[in-house]
Structures are given as structure tokens and as C-alpha cells.
Ligand binder design. Sequence first.
Ligand code: B12
Ligand code: SF4
Length: 712
Amino acid sequence: MEEICLVTALTVSDFIDPDLTADAHANTGAQLGVLTLAALLRRQNYQPAVVNLDDLFFEYVDWRSGSKAAETFFSFVARHLPDGFAVYGLSSICSSYPLTLRLAQEIRKRNPHARVILGGPQASVVDVATMHAFPCVDIIVRGEADDTFPSLLHLLDNQLPEWEKLPGITFRRRDEVVRNTNAPVVENLDRLPLPAFDLDLRIRDRGGVHLEIGRGCPFACTFCSTNDFFRRNFRLKSPATMVADITSLKAKYGLNYFSLVHDMYTIDRKKVVAFCDEILASGEKFTWGCSARTDCIDDDLLQLMASAGCTGIFFGIETGSQRLQHVINKKLDLDEARQRIEAADRNGIQTTIALIAGFPEETRDDLRDTIHFFIDSLRFDHAEPQCSLLAPLAATPIYDQHKGHLIFDQIFSDMSHQSWQQDPIEIEMIKAHEDIFPNFYAIPTGELDRVYVKEVIDFVTYLATWFRWLPVAILHDNGDLLMVFDRWRRWRVERRASATDEDNGWTPYYSHRRFHTEFLEFVETCYLPEMAQATAAIAAIARTENAPPRERGKPIVEETNRLDETSVPYKLDTLFVVDLEVDYKELIDKLRNKSDLNEVTASDATVVFSNEDEDLEVWQLPPLAGALLRLCDGEHTVAEITREFSLLDLELNDIPPEKACLFGLVQLLEDGVIGLSSAPLIWGNEAIPHFSIPPKTTNTQQPWPRASRDIH
Ligand code: B12
Ligand code: SF4
């Protein structure tokens, strides 16, 4: 029996910012392709080993941050790859395919007698070109390998020459590359075993996993690679199998979130209803996410799905331009799409709103529509828009149409790069093989410059990362976000004076906190005086999103529960407090409902933001409570605060100031915005990070559960 080592494809992006990278960790998890094959191989008494490149990547990030030595990820992985296996099976995905092929070369060099077999979505569609250019690869198993791979290993193991006749493989016979016919797809997915999750060393820490529930999408969008792979043959596991699988994983590994993998799950409404009914009947409690088209789901179904535990849906909207919807053959009605996103939001379902810019036919108007769709969706607390630059994936209609005319401009899409810093050796590989790595190339755009499109994408992406309401407010106020972007770009050029403005080279300027500061400066010094219509509203929003850096370190507190004259109330250091001249709650309602921002009521309000545990909470306090909160500075006792409060000349409706003060303190304590110390606080000196609204990772697939942002 041959020893087999399966190597996953790298599916994580290097976000550079360690916090973002750490966040992304939760979202990658075990890889189903390799783990499903491992389970199938076990049925034949093989005991495959698995090397998970995503896990190694996070080890590498930790190691890199603690080490001064510069080592590339490739060489880090190479150090960790085990030798001595008879068969190495490498999975593949377009974004990390150069790395996979380098690893194949390394394995071949160190294990000259081993068989190197590739499979997965990328190798399957660029098989012949790969075999010609990379002699280190012996065989590629194309498409669904659930039957082919175990059969292949069995035949090879027993030295049976029939292996060369196996459908679904591409191999080398002497100098010739032979491509056998396609293997049939797996019609009955219920017969597949659960992936071998025990081979995922971190499974118990993940909280949630991806779980495959079906394959194949009957639609044919021009940019999408799923059709060729799963042959447009829509299949689903039965509801009973799905719920049984989930229940057993939940019991075995303590998992409570399941990201259900199907490129387009909700095509057959009856089957979705049957699944929800099965969950509800089972009485099992867990949450799940899936993919859907906005025209294959309705409000009632969304409600049922939510009641059955659905907390996340990936909606591929692709473009905010109704014209382009037809060009790319997606054909969504965008008004209907907005309604579905709103309905999902009402049901508390988080949505990933996936958009793409940079289509060859895209005009400035189309691009504007797309970024407006992006920013407009931020009106919903549960919507998380993302926008990618188009990448021509191999075996897609759009690639077939443009191959031979692609350009290599090194403006990589997040669909195609393994990290923001592509290894120079891999760049050379990519340059030499357009047919193997087309996703790193670009389809020339007609009217739009790709540098411009990329910057617009970065701009909106990081507006949504660093700000909550400001982008929505500016779009609503101005109505042309592309015009605002152009003005912002000119402003940056005019203002650029200091060396600190320099870009870091391989991370976009917009991903840095500096963008947050500078954009607020732009709003104050340029947008408000030159372009704003609803000046008071925009100024108020800008202030709420401009928390100053903390001046002092973390305080030493002698916590107490006793509220008496000597105790010292203090504002929690996770809070950011802003005084406004408009009603903040009403302002946010107007942004949500797209009503006139000039009509927001002018009134004094104190707004308190708390971002403890990355969970943003907002309170709007009445003026009295606001005044009192400002006095809770951690230095003065209740007796002193009461005296100060009495001097403030506040409208107290005949209530004695001492009573109002005490009542107010109790209320603030109950709201959780102040704490009590038995002695004045002592402030440490160490720097505390700048308060900002928690940055979000751009999850490329279904949204993972996230915190809510209600105003109390
Ligand atoms: C879950 C998922 C993710 C997760 C990965 C989590 C994880 N750790 O696995 C996350 C969210 C991280 C992710 C990220 C990305 N993904 Co993704 N992802 C998927 C998704 C939805 C499911 C993958 C899966 O588990 N499938 C189920 C398993 C059973 O199928 P499978 O992996 O294909 O495995 C079968 C065969 O391929 C084969 N096989 C697989 N490995 C091997 C190995 C050997 C040796 C052999 C012989 C056979 C073999 O056998 C398996 C059983 O039949 C697929 C779409 C899909 N429906 O498959 C896209 C998909 C894989 N992703 C894709 C892309 C493009 C990406 C991104 C590059 C960009 C993006 N916007 O999504 C990023 C990568 C990050 C980056 N910027 O670098 C593309 C890949 C296209 C391509 N040609 O490579 C897919 C196919 C979606 C699509 N249609 O465009 N993704
Ligand atoms: S983009 Fe979605 S709907 Fe279109 S073909 Fe791909 S999976 Fe199907």
C-alpha cells in the first residue's frame, strides 16, 4: 500500500495588517476537496497524510513577525514539506497555482521516485499546458475526482496498465501529453462520505466549517469558472443527509456554524424549504450560510431560512450597471436585488454583496453604478459589500473570448494574487505562461484605465473598512461618488507634501490608517466647503467617525460596586464620546431611508460609541446625561461631580441637582458606559491603539457571523 501525502491549495490572502490576517484565519478552515478525497481513500485502506498550506501560512505570518530573517513563504513551506511519500497529491486554485507548481518542482527534486499528481479547480482546466511546461507533474486528475483519484491510485498501486484508460486524467506518455475523455460527474452526492475532518488539526478551534451540500450551477455568467468544472449539472445532497452531517459534526467537534458550499444553492425553492423544514423538525440549533442569486430567492423563503438558522448569504451581484448585467449574462434585476438585500437585512441575515469592476465593456457610468451599489448597500447593518477587479479565469467564456489579447500589467485582482506581495520568482513563471496563469493577466478595458479602476476599488473598499456612515452620507448628499473620488484624488496631489504620505509600495495606500485621517481632512477642508449640500449632517457624521488618538495609557482601576460620595466614576476607556448639534438617531434613520439630510432636526446630543470586543455599540444620550458623562473623568469623586453638576445651570424641572446627578450616575452605570473605582484612576504611559470602527476583512465568500451595530 503506497504512502500518500495530500497538499491543500493556499486559499488565504496575506493581508499584511496582522489584525486583518488574524481575522482571515477564522474564514479559511479545512479544505473540503482534499479532506473528501482523504475520506474516500480511507475506504480503500489508504492512510493519507494532509499538509494544510493555509495553516502553514498563519504559522509563517507569526514566525515572520517574530523573526528578523527574511524568508519567503515558499521556502518556509518547503522546509515543512515531508519527504519519503510514494505519491504526492496537490490541490490547486488559480490564485496560488504558481506556488503549487513550485512545490511540485521541489517535491520532484527531493523525491525523484515519487508520483506527483495534481487536481482541483485550476489544474483541471489548464492541464495540457501545465503538463507541457512542468515535467515535474506526472498526472492531472480533472474535475470531480471522488471516483477517479481512488481508482487511479488503486490501479497504479497494483501496477495495472489500465490506469492509462481512466476517464478524467491527463498524463504524459513518453514526450506526449495524453488527455483522456472527461469522467462523469457524481450524480448522487449522498454516497460521498463526510470529509475526513479529523485530519484538520484545528477543527476543534474553528467554531465553524465549510460543508459541501451540492455541485453545479445551470446559469452561464461569462466570468465564472464553475460551469466547465461542474458541467452545469445542478445537484444537491438530500435534506436528511445534510442535517445528519451537520448534527454529527456538531456533536463530534463542537461546531456551531456551517458555511454550506454550493455555487448557487437556492435554485430549487422546494428543496431549500425541505432543508429548512428538516432542520426545524430536528430541533438542532446551529447557524449556517449559503450562496444565492437575488432572483432565486424571495422574502418568504428568506424568512424561513432565517428561522432555520441561516445567518449569512453570499449574493453575487457582480455589477451595479443594469446594462452590464446583460453583457455578462448574469441578468439580475438590480431593483429586485436591492429588495432582496433589504429583506435579508430585515431577517438579520448577513449578506456578502460581491461586485466586480473592470469588465472590458465597462464605461464610466457603469463603474459609477457599481460603486454606488456598493456604498448604498452599507445602509444595511448586515450587508458587507466587496468589489474585485475582474480576473479572466481559465475556461470561462470571457477568457475564451479574449485569450491572446491579455495584458500583464501587474495590477492584480484579489481573484488572482496569493498575496499583496507576489513572489518575484512566481511573477517570472506567470509572465512565461499566460495560458497556465491567465487570472494574473488582464483583459484590456475600453473606456477606463485599469489603474484608475483599481484605485476606485481600493477607495470604496477601504471607505467601507475605515468608516461606517460617512461614505453612505456622501453618496446620498452628492449623488456622484466618482466625482467625489476625482476631487479627492486632486486634493491628495495638491496637498502631498510630507514624506509620510508615501505609499508603502505593495500595500495599497487606502489600506493604511493614514487614509482614514486624510479622508476626514479632505471632508473638512474640501468636501464640506466645496461640494456638500447638507453641510450640518455631513459635518456631524464626519465628527462621529473621527475619534482622536488616546492621550493616555490604560488606567489602573480599583473596581467597586459601591456608589457613594467617595467613589470615583470613570468613563470606560473603550468609549468615544461626541457632542453633536443634530439628532444623530434621526440622521442615521434618514441615511437608512434615503430621506432629505437637510431636514435633520437641530438639537444637542451626546453620542457614545463603544467598540469593546470589536462589537460596535452606539448610544445617544440626552444633554443631561451627556453633561454628566463628561464629568466622569476618573479623577473626581461623586461628591465633587455633584458639586460641579449643580454649577452647570441645567434645565432640571425642579429636581434637586444632587438627586438628578445621582439618578444620572445610576443610569450611566446601568447602561454600561461608566465604571466605579474606590480611588482616582492612575494612568499608565504605554500607548493604546487609536480608536477606530473595527476594520473588517474582505471575506471573499459567504459572510462569517459578525457583530451588530444597533443604536440604543
Ligand atoms: C470554500 C471556497 C473558498 C474558501 C476556501 C476555504 C478552504 N480552506 O477550502 C475561501 C473563502 C478562503 C476561498 C477563497 C478564494 N476562492 Co474559493 N471557493 C470555495 C468554494 C465555494 C468551495 C470549495 C470547496 O470546498 N469545494 C468542494 C470540494 C469537494 O470541491 P473541490 O475543492 O473542487 O475538490 C474536488 C476536485 O477539485 C478534486 N480535487 C481537489 N483537490 C484535489 C487534489 C488532488 C490531488 C486531486 C487528484 C483532486 C483534487 O477532487 C475534489 C472532489 O471531487 C469553491 C467553489 C466550489 N463550489 O467548489 C470556490 C473556488 C475554489 N474559489 C475560487 C476562487 C477564485 C477563490 C479566490 C481566489 C477568489 C475569490 N474571490 O473567491 C479566493 C482565494 C483567496 C485569495 N485571494 O487568494 C474559484 C477557483 C477557480 C479556479 N480556477 O481556481 C472557485 C472554484 C469558485 C469559482 N467558481 O470561481 N474559496
Ligand atoms: S456567477 Fe453564480 S449564477 Fe453565474 S454561473 Fe457562476 S455560480 Fe452560476
